[in-house]
Design a protein around this ligand. Structure first.
Ligand SMILES: [Zn+2]
Length: 76
């Protein structure tokens, strides 16, 4: 079972080295990983009760107001 661990580790190292070499030889544009790590741009809304900011897709809406949770929405 231990040999599988070392084999997996070896494959990971080889992949990492190959990726690194490719990044060095490739043009010096922005690394793809940086773009992948950046959060998707989404409009933020502010909870009308606690003023916490959260993504619009996760907000709870009551009329015109946005809230961070049902609990806060129910308080109004
Ligand atoms: Zn809130």
């Amino acid at each position: 079972m231990r040999i599988l661990f070392w084999l997996g580790l070896l494959v990971l190292v080889i992949l990492a080295v190959r990726k690194k070499n490719r990044a060095v030889t490739a043009d010096r544009s922005e690394p793809a990983s940086a773009a992948a790590e950046a959060p998707a741009v989404e409009s933020m809304v502010c909870c009308a009760h606690c003023l916490m900011h959260l993504p619009a897709s996760e907000a709870v809406y009551r009329g015109q107001q946005a809230y961070c949770s049902n609990a806060h929405a129910d308080l109004h």
